[in-house]
Design a protein around this ligand. Structure first.
Ligand SMILES: [Zn+2]
Length: 566
């Protein structure tokens, strides 16, 4: 009796589930069918494209590069289909997609289609002009006193030369490309704006942010808060840096000019604090170290490493990247490993991207089985990449003595603060300038650039300077409206660091944290960051994972307040 009753309850439950499950309304059914056929088309193409890119990067074969471009074009064509876009738009506006996962997939699809809806004729002009500008960047060589110099030569002078006059010449040479590309760049900005306006946006910057699920006000708030919080500490570290540089170049602090910093844009820390960590890595195997570390936090990477291409070879891409071939576990990294600190960091960084991809939830729909945002995967990569200079991590992984550790700490803590503050202030210039550039490309951009450099970086404009120095930064041309994501990545890396230290590992301070052999780290990241994939908007994911939306607070806590107690 009882069992019959239970059975009938069970049967009606099943019936209820069936009713609810199939209770999708007509619109939801249409969407679900659309997604199914879309994924059937896109999935094999993406895999093939990723493989072609991988083959091209590992061999340098022209044929594979061509194949990759062809496949990319095919994918683009799918996403530029006007009827499909109209269909998705209608569904989105109908308000009838109630199922959360379906609604989220619709959002993701809609954005992918939206960014590909630029009119073909306009798109052609944008691509051609973009290619033209990029070519000018790669072929132009600056001149010093009539003699051609390469970018490497310029960098070398800015790093080592002590004669201010020669430094100035090198800096000026680094800006010459600006005048060559500025007019085309402004034209390109206007074309991009034209395309965005046809799609209903006020300019291309707003459109790019929107398709990347970011809002101008949201980013403004984060950038402004960080600006306020770093004003005073940045002034302090910069004053210290300036007095060292002024001594070195014999010019007095008031005489310091943009060419006294060690790179053309003052985006990196000048090499004034001795930091040579290579000695600690030169007798180690950075691959083994990385494998051991990730195994210890229960994010094993053995099969990733097996599928990867790790060492230098003729014709191979000299950089590093990570690729998720099929969203089904075939994740690979490309490196050109050497046993030094830089490659230790790069290896940890790329494997950070790799574990984010590898430990996605296989049951998640294909369209949601990827990182929440490009900056969230960057954050994970940065979080791990920072460890190669973390003295506690180095001690645990390399078996260093307490003395060795405190030697390292003396320099690395200060260096990390300086580096992060300099980068943050530079990213403010990039973000705010680019926003203003798209809002009004006809304004006095040369003057605006220097106003921002003075405001954010505290670097003086050379008297009477009126040249398109902003245009010498290649990112405006080839990676428009993206730069801010590097800073967001750093902020999230610090927010996660804070949460892991105080909430997950329940430590009293982050001074001794190395994360070595802490399985709770991997478990937390898998459950809260990796497995949700793209199921939530990035800020909702962050809020669910850390109890707060993205905030610059913890970046400041990690790199500024620590400074105060020392
Ligand atoms: Zn990265």
């Amino acid at each position: 009796m009882r069992s019959i009753l239970l059975k009938s309850i069970a049967v009606s439950l099943v019936a209820l589930v069936l009713v609810l499950g199939c209770g999708r309304n007509e619109k939801e059914k249409q969407l679900s069918d659309f997604i199914q056929s879309h994924v059937e088309k896109i999935k094999p193409l993406m895999k093939e494209a990723n493989l072609a890119y991988w083959n091209a990067a590992t061999t340098g074969s022209e044929k594979d590069y061509d194949k990759y471009s062809e496949l990319e074009l095919k994918i683009r064509q799918i996403y530029s289909n006007k009827d499909d876009f109209a269909f998705l738009k209608e569904l989105k506006e109908s308000g009838r997609i109630k199922d959360k996962k379906l609604a989220r997939q619709l959002e993701v699809l809609y954005n992918s289609y939206l960014e590909n809806q630029i009119e073909p004729e306009l798109l052609k002009q944008i691509v051609e002009l973009g290619t033209e500008v990029e070519k000018k960047f790669s072929t132009f060589r600056g001149k010093i006193r009539g003699k051609t110099v390469t970018n490497n030569e310029i960098e070398e002078i800015l790093k080592t030369e002590t004669d201010s006059r020669k430094r100035k010449e090198a800096w000026l040479a680094s800006k010459q490309v600006g005048s060559v590309v500025a007019d085309d760049l402004i034209k390109l900005v206007k074309l991009r704006n034209q395309a965005a306006r046809k799609l209903g946006f006020d300019n291309y910057h707003t459109m790019s942010l929107t398709t990347g699920e970011q809002k101008v006000q949201e980013l403004d708030k984060i950038f402004n808060e960080l600006y306020e919080l770093t004003n005073e500490p940045f002034a302090r570290v910069k004053a210290e840096l300036d007095s060292i540089l002024a001594d070195k170049y014999g010019v007095g602090v008031a005489g310091l000019m943009p060419w006294h910093y060690h790179d053309p844009f003052f985006q990196e820390s000048p090499l004034v604090y001795d930091l040579d960590l290579d000695a600690y890595y030169k007798d180690k195997d950075v691959k083994e170290l990385a494998a051991k570390f990730y195994a210890g936090i229960e994010l094993p990477v053995d099969d990733i490493l097996k599928a990867s291409d790790l060492y230098e070879r003729e014709g191979k891409n000299p950089h590093a990247f990570c690729t998720d071939i099929d969203r089904e576990g075939d994740v690979r990294i490309l490196c050109n490993l050497k046993n030094n600190e830089r490659w230790m960091s790069t290896m940890l960084h790329e494997l950070g991207h790799a574990v984010y991809d590898k430990y996605q939830n296989p049951k998640m729909p294909f369209l949601l089985r990827e990182p929440a945002h490009t900056f969230t995967t960057e954050a994970i990569a940065m979080f791990f990449g920072r460890l190669s200079r973390n003295a506690a991590w180095m001690q645990d992984m390399l078996g260093l003595t307490d003395e060795q550790r405190s030697e390292i700490e003396k320099v690395t803590v200060k260096y990390a603060q300086l580096q992060q503050l300099i980068f943050a202030r530079w990213a403010m210039v990039m973000y705010n300038f680019e926003k203003a550039l798209y809002a009004n490309p006809d304004q006095d951009l040369n003057a605006l650039w220097w106003q921002m450099v003075e405001k954010y970086q505290y670097v003086k404009k050379p008297a009477g300077r009126n040249a398109p120095d902003w245009a010498a930064k290649i990112h405006f041309a080839i990676a428009p409206c993206y730069y801010h994501n590097y800073l967001l990545g750093e902020l999230l890396a610090s927010q996660l660091h804070n949460y892991l230290v105080y909430k997950v590992l329940e430590m009293a301070s982050d001074k001794d944290v190395s994360y070595v052999n802490q399985p709770r780290v991997g478990k937390y990241l898998r459950k809260n960051i990796f497995e949700p994939g793209k199921l939530y908007h990035w800020n909702e994911m962050i809020e669910r994972a850390t109890g707060e939306k993205l905030t610059p607070k913890y970046f400041v806590k990690q790199f500024v307040q620590y400074n105060n107690d020392n």
